[in-house]
Design a protein around this ligand. Structure first.
Ligand SMILES: [Zn+2]
Length: 110
């Protein structure tokens, strides 16, 4: 068991930080025994980078949806609407992937 710093974001996402202290089962200098324990948790009072990416993509989707609604009112923009709808599905897929990774990490112990 070796001790590491840990960062914890307000959304529950966390990450190992710097190696701090060796345990007494590991004698090789600079090596760690593979079992990580928390030395100290630094709480970061903001959402993690993944959450930032998700909300950025979310805003993009909403913007595109507004564009589509406007184009529908204006008419004659069928090709642009179809292309944008395709883009929205792409971004929504990225959001789902990011979120899945985020939740797996949030629930995992190490
Ligand atoms: Zn997050």
């Amino acid at each position: 068991m070796c001790y590491f710093e840990q960062s914890l974001w307000s959304c529950g996402y966390w990450k190992w930080g710097n190696f701090r202290q060796q345990c007494n089962k590991e004698y090789r200098t600079g090596e760690t025994c593979g079992l990580k324990l928390v030395y100290e948790t630094s709480f970061i009072p903001s959402p993690c980078k993944i959450c930032e990416q998700i909300s950025k993509k979310d805003r993009r989707v909403r913007k595109m949806e507004e564009d589509i609604a406007r184009w529908r009112r204006e008419g004659n923009r069928m090709a642009t609407i179809e292309k944008t709808e395709h883009d929205i599905r792409g971004v929504q897929g990225q959001i789902e992937d990011l979120w899945r990774g985020h939740e797996e990490k949030r629930r995992s112990i190490c």
